[in-house]
Design a protein around this ligand. Structure first.
Ligand code: GAL
Length: 412
């Protein structure tokens, strides 16, 4: 009997999630890629090139302008930070011109500002932009990252080769072996085939990209929302403390989204419990975008301690009406975030007329609602009462629904 218990324990994985104690709620931070790409031209564009100055200036802004305090704690450099070749010893080398004092000096500075540091690597022998990949060097590179004080690795799936799944597992194991807590961000998007096994991904990764790159354009944001709305293989249900689907960076404050579309992006990312990595120039961000990134009520939904990702609960996609509704359970139990999204890009406002029950709410005492971007309160509503609102194209109505208490019920 005893032996069979022991054998069973060995055969069955004891926990289905990666248990490195990190990402108990979806991580937040800043990432260089979407806004600064692979700009390595420090001669002609010293202000915007990937190098020590850019990262240290961004660390200052995060520490001094309220972002760190709001929860954005990881400062993450993406592709193109390296020299084109490894050292003769085979170690990774930072580009010597753009990082004159090496990466450790930058990381020490970032830590001195109270932030954590994220770095970028790839499972193949080259990154997507042709810099050295980690293939054949994973143990050594994990040790280098730990020595430098890295707190997060975005591990990309560029030039993957047939054994990339093993590569992702191996890198995760090497990171764990360093003994340093390093959040493992598996940027699997380009390798995600139809056969993806999300339970396996969650076993090895703290976060995982599962869809195409976001670009500074509504169409890309919209396509990501659609992908998450479809929720193929129920990947949203697989998310939870320790492991999250990553819908890619926020483009709030960049060039192309309207103010309302920026609200839609961050609001739905919060409901989906996707990591929130800003990718914007924090040195000259417009005040409205800054305010949105720091919106406490949106971030409270995102960081909710129940750790349950929201889901789309209905979707109308016909010629005239393109409308969908999302629901995320919140703590204390019984509260919900409700997101109603007018997907139409045509000029008309869309009327929504839905009972509480149709929005997925079930408490028999009914609900009050507070919309987050306008501050308007709605209700109290019985379950059979309707919320009637009008939403402009591409806008999100984002509210927290709170059950009516027994006391309130007497008055109601
Ligand atoms: C892509 C990845 C992007 C960025 C880029 C760098 O594969 O999805 O987020 O990291 O590589 O080359």
């Amino acid at each position: 009997m005893m032996w069979s218990v022991i054998i069973l324990c060995v055969l069955l994985p004891l926990s289905i999630g990666l248990d490195n104690g990190l990402a108990r709620t979806p991580p937040m931070g800043w990432m260089s890629w979407e806004r600064f790409r692979c700009n390595t031209d420090c001669k002609n564009d010293p202000h915007n090139c990937i190098g020590a100055n850019l990262l240290m200036q961004m660390a200052d802004r995060m520490a001094e302008d309220g972002y760190l305090e709001a929860g954005y704690e990881y400062l993450s450099v993406d592709d193109c930070w390296m020299a084109k070749e490894r050292s003769q010893m085979g170690t990774l080398v930072t580009d010597p011109e753009r990082f004159p004092n090496g990466m450790k000096a930058v990381i020490d500075y970032v830590h001195s500002r109270g932030l954590k540091f994220g770095i970028y690597g790839s499972v193949g022998n080259k990154t997507c932009k042709g810099y050295p990949g980690n293939k054949y060097h994973m143990a050594r590179d994990a040790a280098t990252y730990a020595e430098w004080g890295v707190d997060m690795l975005k591990f990309d799936c560029c030039n993957p080769g047939p054994n990339f799944v093993t590569g992702f597992e191996q890198m995760g194991n090497y990171l764990n072996k360093t003994g340093r807590p390093i959040l493992y961000n598996c940027a699997l998007a380009i390798c995600m085939g139809p056969k993806v096994d999300y339970n396996l991904v969650k076993k090895y990764c703290n976060t995982w990209r599962n869809y195409e790159d976001v670009e500074d354009n509504w169409k890309y944001v919209f396509n990501i929302i659609e992908f998450y709305g479809k929720n193929d293989k129920n990947f949203l249900e697989i998310a939870g403390p320790g492991g999250w689907n990553d819908a890619d960076q926020l483009i709030v404050g960049d060039f192309s989204l309207s103010a309302a579309q920026q609200q839609t992006q961050i609001g739905l990312w919060a409901i989906m419990a996707s990591p929130l990595f800003m990718s914007v120039d924090l040195r000259n961000i417009v005040p409205t975008a800054k305010q949105l990134l720091l919106n406490k009520e949106v971030l409270a939904i995102h960081q909710d301690s129940l750790g349950i990702a929201g889901r789309r609960i209905w979707n109308i996609d016909d010629h005239a009406v393109k409308l969908e509704s999302w629901l995320r359970p919140l703590s204390p139990k019984g509260r919900y975030a409700v997101g109603i999204f007018n997907k139409n890009v045509g000029g008309l406002l869309q009327t929504v007329n839905r009972t509480m029950s149709q929005l997925g709410l079930t408490d028999e005492n009914g609900y009050t609602m507070k919309e987050i971007f306008t501050g308007i309160s709605y209700g109290p509503y019985k379950l059979s009462d309707s919320l009637v609102i009008r939403i402009p194209p591409t806008n999100l109505f984002l509210a927290v629904a709170t059950p009516v208490t027994e006391k309130e019920l007497i008055v109601f």
